[in-house]
Design a protein around this ligand. Structure first.
Ligand code: TPP
Ligand code: SF4
Ligand code: MG
Length: 331
């Protein structure tokens, strides 16, 4: 049974200068220069603060953050198997609840946050994430999405953008497009299918500023099981100069290929709304990355057409691909 604990009410951070100065993910890691997933780690730890325990599934954010005898984590952190992110969060939250019930540790709100990569969280570990979102525990699952199995040298996952070159999908003279799947639409799938989960969001650690930190805080304030999917440019896997990570994130969002929104108690709010701000051509985003260097105009037009359909024809623009076509059985 859920235990009533004192609430931590996190404030919305309005300006960068109001963000906490304390760091809970600091030096001692070996992620690549310009790694946006590392920024996701830094920002969720900053936003949630010291009374937080993180569990991390295998992937870059495990391996590069635990080089021999070093770690950037100031908060307690536990590794869990690839695909076990959801169950690790449930186990951690259940363990804390049992210890508090037995009086072995003080009753207080301790944030439990799991981070899993796109392969670990959205492909291999999807069932565990789904199970976690059906519990009554306070836990937050962050799906950090660098669009490949980056740690094992950039293999395609269910979240890799259509057309991208990866080590599993090298373009050749017979077939130019080897990654011919459209990106799995994870956040809406989880939002629609889990009534116990009150808060689902997509986020960026760089654009707009503070987007991800505030969404982390909103998830923790909402309580219960919650989920955030982040969009993380990866200089190594996407093949661009590390100095352009932020720009790539911005281009991805402004082109509409990665929609930014939050869903709280079933209500959708766009946190970057292309209907009001317009969309730049998706070409501007694609041509800056080596992983798309083999695409020809026809491919780029195809991707643009798919993105246009997302925003112009989907029932919930950029979110839900179902189109209204309700036919009553007796009509
Ligand atoms: C059960 C299992 N299968 C395969 C592996 C090998 N492996 C380690 S990390 C990794 C890639 C994980 O990709 P993702 O979850 O997207 O995280 P990223 O490396 O991109 O940060 C793989 C396949 C493993 N550790 N465990
Ligand atoms: S390969 Fe990509 S995700 Fe992994 S550490 Fe480097 S930039 Fe980050
Ligand atoms: Mg990945």
């Amino acid at each position: 049974m859920a235990m009533q604990l004192p609430v931590i009410d996190y404030e919305h951070i309005k300006k960068a200068k109001d963000a906490p100065l304390e760091e809970f993910y600091t030096s001692g890691h070996r992620t690549c220069q310009g790694c946006e997933s590392a920024l996701v780690m830094r920002d969720f730890a900053k936003a949630s603060g010291p009374r937080t325990i993180a569990t991390g599934a295998t992937g870059c954010m495990y391996v590069a953050n635990t080089s021999y005898q070093t770690t950037p984590w100031i908060i307690p952190w536990m590794h869990t198997q690839l695909g076990a992110g959801g169950s690790s969060a449930v186990g951690m939250a259940a363990g804390l609840r049992a210890l508090m019930r037995k009086g072995k540790i003080p009753k207080e709100k301790i944030n439990v946050i799991n981070f899993s990569g796109d392969l670990g969280g959205a492909d291999m570990g999807l069932s565990g994430v789904s199970g976690a979102l059906q519990t009554d525990y306070d836990l937050l699952i962050i799906l950090y999405d660098n669009e490949s199995a980056a740690n094992t040298d950039i293999q395609a996952t269910g979240l890799t953008t259509y057309g991208a070159q990866t080590t599993f999908t090298p373009p050749g003279s017979v077939r130019r497009i080897m990654q011919a799947r459209w990106k799995k639409n994870v956040a809406p799938m989880l939002a629609v299918g889990h009534p116990t989960c009150r808060y689902v969001a997509t986020a960026s650690a760089t654009f707009p500023a503070l987007d991800f930190m505030n969404k982390t805080r909103k998830a923790l304030n909402t309580g219960g099981p919650t989920f955030i999917h982040t969009f993380d440019p990866c200089p190594k896997g996407w093949d661009f100069h590390p100095g352009y990570s932020r720009e790539l994130g911005e281009l991805g969002i402004r082109s509409g290929i990665f929609p930014l929104y939050e869903i709280l108690d079933g209500k959708v709010k766009y946190t970057y709304d292309p209907h009001k701000k317009g969309r730049i051509p998706v070409r501007d985003y694609l041509v800056k990355q080596g992983r798309f260097a083999h695409l020809i105009d026809e491919d780029i037009d195809y991707i643009q057409g798919m993105v246009d359909t997302m925003w112009e024809e989907w029932e919930l623009p950029g979110i839900a691909p179902i189109k209204s076509g309700l036919e009553m059985a007796n009509a």
